[in-house]
Design a protein. Structure first.
Length: 134
């Protein structure tokens, strides 16, 4: 977003109360760029702590399993149970069987896609969803 008025610096040399000197176009661009960099730093810092979850839901009423991914697991689980999701509304009333946390959306998307394949389903059943007695 470009500001309409240029930024001004205030100088108070000896004997002069206040002189306002407009920034040169180059300094104006540097000032705008530094604001943009600070905004991006904040966004990058936030994204470092955002976790993504691949989750497995089991319908309580029918023999049906759903695999999905999200950054807000609680909100997504509620939306499935409140029948707000087109893919799962006919199987509503779910229990969360398992979830896996990863640090990027691309990893979550790839993992979800894998769990929807034949070998991914086998890994889910055999390694992740299997209840082990120790």
């Amino acid at each position: 977003m470009v500001e309409s008025a240029p930024l001004l610096r205030e100088y108070t040399p000896l004997g002069v109360s206040r002189v306002r000197i407009p920034l040169s176009p180059l300094n104006y661009a540097k000032a705008s760029l530094s604001k943009l960099i600070e905004a991006l730093k904040d966004r990058i810092q936030f994204s470092r702590f955002t976790m993504w979850y691949v989750y497995i839901l089991q319908s309580k009423e029918k023999v049906w399993r759903y695999v999905g991914y999200t950054s807000d697991l609680r909100k997504r689980f509620e939306s499935h149970n409140l029948e707000k999701n087109q893919a799962t509304k006919n199987y509503a009333s779910f229990k969360l069987e398992a979830y896996i946390a990863v640090n990027s959306e691309s990893k979550a998307k790839k993992l979800e896609k894998y769990f929807k394949t034949g070998s991914g389903k086998a890994v889910l059943v055999k390694r992740i969803l299997q209840s082990t007695k120790l």
